[in-house]
Design a protein around this ligand. Sequence first.
Ligand code: NAD
Length: 409
Amino acid sequence: MSMQQGWEPHRLRMQSRIVGAQGAEQSAASFLDPVLYNSPPHRLGRKHGNIFQSYLPLHLTRKVLLFMNIIVTGGAGFIGSNFIFHMLKKYPQDRIICLDCLTYAGNLSTLAPVMDNPNFRFVKESITDRDAVYRLFEEEHPDIVVNFAAESHVDRSIVNPDIFLETNIHGTTILMDACRKYGIKRYHQVSTDEVYGDLPLDRPDLFFTEETPIHTSSPYSSSKASADLFVLAYHRTYGLPVSISRCSNNYGPYHFPEKLIPLMIINALHDEALPVYGAGENVRDWLYVEDHCRAIDLIIHEGRVGEVYNVGGHNEMRNIDIVTMICDALGKPHSLIKHVEDRKGHDMRYAIDPTKIHEELGWLPETRFKDGIALTIQWYLDHEDWWQPIISGEYQNYYQNMYGSRKEV
Ligand SMILES: NC(=O)c1ccc[n+]([C@@H]2O[C@H](COP(=O)([O-])OP(=O)(O)OC[C@H]3O[C@@H](n4cnc5c(N)ncnc54)[C@H](O)[C@@H]3O)[C@@H](O)[C@H]2O)c1
């Protein structure tokens, strides 16, 4: 499907149960927001900044201020690290503080290229540790917080939901409590299209809009949806200047090997079986990670406070087609593909309608899938030193538990 065809208004329009379309009124209200109004003076720039900082929207603040302090949580993971690279490149004067407790999915070696940058700081703490989070806010007085930190793998959430509640929900509220206490220009929550549940395969005319009701399937998506509800509640109740992005599946460099695309690339390189859930007909809407990072950058600077923005590339692909494409690109036989017992409650189709972010903020994806997947495969070929240590350790136990005992179908 071409990009233009994708913008056709065949959209799923349902009454929102949670998303208030508060729009311009709230944007204006945020200027008088008590959180901003009461911001302590140390927030006026990096301790000696500019009075305008507390009263202007972010894109105007950028015009009068030379720098911002930005806390990026979960920045040692896949999307967070790509976001840090994007921000340090585009705003070299900004200070980025990465807060990450380095779970199995966090990898400090990913951040090696920026570790010596004087405008970058890495802090190994958990977003669930209130004292540590408050301490960091006291030290850094952030202007913006972008929360990527999460337990992010659906399969793991099916095995152990508890940690998803703790990190994805409680961690989010602790971060927002810190934002309330110390003052903030913007809190941004990185969410997912999975909060909308799934769409039937035989209705290609349906897409998720920001008004589609929340209708989750897995413990992972339920925890993300709960966090979104808290984010919107903190905006309405406390006037916290928040925004939320709900993105489709990302792919690109530094993607942890348990996820579909890197898993298949690495297994194919080793001539190992390529385990595909069920018939592999599940459809996902794939977006190159850099396009997601640009979308978040736009939303935090120019997006309206209190709003949700869907982010997706109108690039729907069946899992089985992705896997055969990877085989072909690496010159591997399709006989490596093994259909295994399906994931419990497996969502059939995700499809995002990104009209709102396109019309309001001018965002469009820039990387076509055929280019993005070629870049990604080449990246994994060139960076064995990054993924080899990951797949040789604890990950092997996980892999055996997850796929070792799954029946072939
Ligand atoms: N990957 C996707 O396709 C996708 C799509 C849409 C939305 N998202 C969302 O984007 C965010 C990032 O996803 P990702 O794929 O980069 O995840 P990831 O699993 O690669 O990285 C998560 C990072 O969060 C860190 N982390 C986990 N718990 C933490 C805690 N308690 N305190 C501090 N740090 C903690 C981990 O160490 C890791 O570095 C998640 O919130 C996810 O829900 C992901």
